[in-house]
Design a protein around this ligand. Structure first.
Ligand code: SF4
Length: 276
């Protein structure tokens, strides 16, 4: 059976202040939703999910996950029963991860933010992880002022054997809304990095999803820092339960999408997602 996937915003806290972040200017307000119940309590929660659904994929994001208290021990515990994906800007030291975490159970999705990080230092850390057998590539945001450096950074990471992907920017820059405001030339520059046409139409063109049958909520769910569970990011205002509640269960069957668009990779949970 296909693994159930949870995306977990482990906390809303970051040591970077990137202006394109969803949480920019709101860190203090968002931080009020953080709860730190301790590793034992979290292990109980994820053991319960294991008993219900077997081995799941827990995709940990934030904020920046690596500054969560006792992060390495948490990952060590979770990855005994589940596969863990960590989305991180990797500002942390990686030695402890290399020493204590099993690379067969944990992989990385690394964000490179040149406004706050240096490519050379990041490459060194990724090298250490790769030498230990961890998988993971770099993702760079097609934020308008960063567009000019796409090829330079692609070449630098690829020269070092690190895969390089792009994400389209959803937000406002200099009074213009994106992705709508990308020029034709910018769109053409981004497209090859997005891969298949489905990613192009959802990430870049905002393809409508409302009413289409989707497995988000039953095969996939998104968890906020306070434990609130929603079907997915675009429906983050519609809770379906709380992961800390002992009676929490996922929905039993796919149901129609209630969001207008699905700008991230969550569109893959559409029942007919493969057809676009
Ligand atoms: S298509 Fe996207 S927005 Fe709609 S329910 Fe599925 S995951 Fe959520």
């Amino acid at each position: 059976m296909e693994r159930i996937t949870f995306v977990w915003d482990i906390h809303y806290k970051c040591n970077f202040r990137c202006p394109f972040c969803w949480f920019y200017g709101k860190w203090e307000e968002m931080g009020k939703h953080n709860v730190y119940p301790g590793i034992n309590k979290l292990s109980e929660v994820w053991d319960r999910m294991y008993d219900l659904y077997g081995e799941c994929q827990i995709s940990i994001t934030g904020g920046e996950p690596s500054i969560y208290p006792d992060f390495v021990r948490l990952i060590e515990n979770l990855s005994k029963k589940h596969i863990v994906k960590i989305t991180s800007q990797l500002s942390c030291a990686v030695d402890d991860i290399c020493e204590k975490i099993n690379p067969e159970r944990v992989f990385f999705d690394i964000n490179f933010h040149p406004l706050e990080a240096k490519s050379g230092e990041l490459i060194e850390k990724i090298r250490k992880l790769k030498n230990k057998g961890f998988r993971g590539g770099v993702c760079y945001l097609a934020y308008p002022p960063q567009m000019k450096d796409i090829l330079k950074y692609r070449d630098e990471f690829e020269r070092n054997g690190i895969t390089f992907a792009l994400a389209a920017f959803w937000g406002e820059y200099e009074g213009k809304k994106y992705p709508e405001s990308y020029t034709e030339r910018e769109r053409e520059a981004i497209k090859p990095f997005l891969g298949d046409m489905n990613r192009v139409s959802h990430h870049l063109e905002g393809k409508k999803t409302k009413g289409r049958l989707c497995r988000a909520g039953c095969h996939y769910a998104s968890i906020k820092a306070d434990g609130t569970v929603t079907r997915c990011g675009p429906l983050s205002h519609k809770p379906i339960g709380n992961i800390f509640d002992k009676d929490f269960r996922l929905m039993e069957a796919p149901s129609p999408c209630e969001a207008d668009v699905c700008p991230n990779d969550e569109y893959v949970w559409l029942v007919d997602g493969k057809e676009g």
